[in-house]
Ligand binder design. Structure first.
Ligand SMILES: Nc1nc2c(c(CN[C@H]3C=C[C@H](O)[C@@H]3O)cn2[C@@H]2O[C@H](COP(=O)(O)O)[C@@H](O)[C@H]2O)c(=O)[nH]1
Length: 306
C-alpha cells in the first residue's frame, strides 16, 4: 500500500484540477476535536455474517461487484450487500467457485431481486466468472484460503489479489506516472477487519497501512468539508452531472487527492491529539456521513473499480 500512498501524493503535488486545502484539513480536524467519530461496521445491518469462511466468500463476491451504482438512481451499495446476503442465507452454495463461473446477467439480477439490468451488468458478470475461475484454480475455490495465505498482512493480501484477479487492478497512468488506488482490494481487507472485529480472518498486523477507498462518495464529502477544492471547470462538470472519463486527469486527481488528503488529516490528528487513527476508521466515518447526506453531488465515471 506504500505504492498507493506515494503515488497519490505524487498526483496531489502535480494536480491541475483538484487542490488539497490545508486550512480545510485544519478545520475538519478541529471540528471532530482530534478524534474520529466511531462508526460501527455494518451500521446499516445489511451484511451477511456467520463468523466463518462463508462470510469471507460473501465479502469477496461483494467487493468484486462493489462499484458504479449511480447510473441507476434507485440502486445503491445497500441493495448489493443485502441482496447477496439474502441469496447466501437462502442457499449456502450460491457463491461456490463453480457456480460463480456460470452466472448470467439475468441470473445475477434475479439473485439481487433487481427488476432491470444492472449498471455495467456484463462487466459484473465477467468479474464474477473471473473470481470463480481463479479461486478454483489457485485457492481451492475458497476466498478463505486466499486470506489465510497472507499471514495476517493486509499489504500481502492486496498484492495477492491484484496479482491473481485482473479486475481488482485499480491503477491509472497520470501525467506519465503509474498511480495505484486499489479501492476494491483494500475495502475487502477493511470489510474482513470490520466484520471479524480484527480477529480470525479479520486479523491484520498492518491494518494501519490501508488507505481510504477512493470511490465517488468520499471526494464529495471532502469537498463539502472544504478539504478539497475543485477548479471551476471541474466543479461545473460535476454540478451539471456530466460524466468524467475513466483515467482522465480529473478523475485520477479526484481519487488520488482524496487518499492524500485523508492521510494528511491522519497526520494532523496525530500531531494535535497524539492519537494514531486508522484511515479505515476515517473512511467509514466520511462514507457514512456522505451516504446520509441528501444533497451530495458526486462525480460520475463509468468504472469497474469503484
Ligand atoms: N470509501 C468507501 N466507499 C464505499 C464503501 C462502501 C460500503 N462499505 C460498507 C461495508 C461495511 C460497512 O457498513 C461499510 O459502510 C461502498 N462504497 C462505495 O460507495 C459508492 C456507493 O455509493 P451509493 O451509490 O450511494 O450506494 C460506490 O463507489 C461504492 O463502491 C466504504 O465503506 N467506503
Amino acid at each position: 500500500m506504500e505504492e498507493v500512498r506515494s503515488s497519490a501524493a505524487w498526483v496531489a503535488t502535480h494536480s491541475s484540477h483538484v487542490t488539497v486545502d490545508s486550512t480545510g484539513i485544519e478545520r475538519a480536524v478541529e471540528a471532530i476535536h482530534g478524534s474520529v467519530p466511531k462508526v460501527e461496521w455494518d451500521f446499516e445491518g445489511i451484511h451477511f455474517f456467520d463468523n466463518g469462511p462463508l462470510t469471507v466468500q460473501y465479502l469477496f463476491v461483494l467487493d468484486a461487484l462493489n462499484f458504479c451504482f449511480w447510473p441507476d438512481k434507485d440502486l445503491s451499495y445497500d441493495h448489493l450487500a443485502s441482496g447477496l446476503k439474502a441469496a447466501i442465507q437462502n442457499d449456502k452454495s450460491v457463491f461456490d467457485a463453480d457456480r460463480l463461473q456460470k452466472y448470467t446477467g439475468p441470473q445475477l439480477r434475479e439473485l439481487l431481486k433487481w427488476p432491470r439490468p444492472l449498471p455495467l451488468e456484463d462487466e459484473r458478470v465477467r468479474l464474477l466468472h473471473e473470481v470463480g475461475l481463479e479461486l478454483e484454480r489457485s485457492f481451492g475455490g475458497k476466498a478463505a484460503n486466499l486470506v489465510e495465505s497472507c499471514g495476517k498482512s493486509a499489504t500481502s493480501l492486496v498484492a495477492l489479489i491484484a496479482r491473481h484477479f485482473p479486475g481488482f487492478r485499480d491503477h491509472s497512468v497520470y501525467k506519465g506516472h503509474q498511480v495505484f488506488l486499489y479501492k476494491r482490494a483494500q475495502i475487502f481487507v477493511a470489510d474482513l477487519w470490520g466484520a471479524f472485529k480484527g480477529q480470525g480472518y479479520g486479523e491484520f498486523n498492518d491494518i494501519g497501512s490501508v488507505t481510504i477507498f477512493a470511490d465517488y462518495i468520499v471526494p464529495a464529502v471532502l469537498r463539502q468539508l472544504g478539504v478539497l477544492k475543485y477548479s471551476s471547470s471541474l466543479a461545473g462538470t460535476i454540478e451539471a452531472n456530466k460524466e468524467i472519463g475513466s483515467g482522465t486527469e480529473e478523475e485520477v486527481e479526484l481519487r488520488a487527492c482524496s487518499i492524500y488528503a485523508v492521510e494528511k488529516m491522519r497526520d494532523l490528528i496525530k500531531i494535535k491529539s497524539g492519537k494514531q487513527v486508522l484511515s479505515v476508521e476515517l473512511d467509514l466515518w466520511l462514507w457514512s456521513f456522505g451516504i446520509q447526506s441528501q444533497s451530495l453531488l458526486h462525480h460520475r465515471t463509468l468504472s469497474i473499480y469503484y
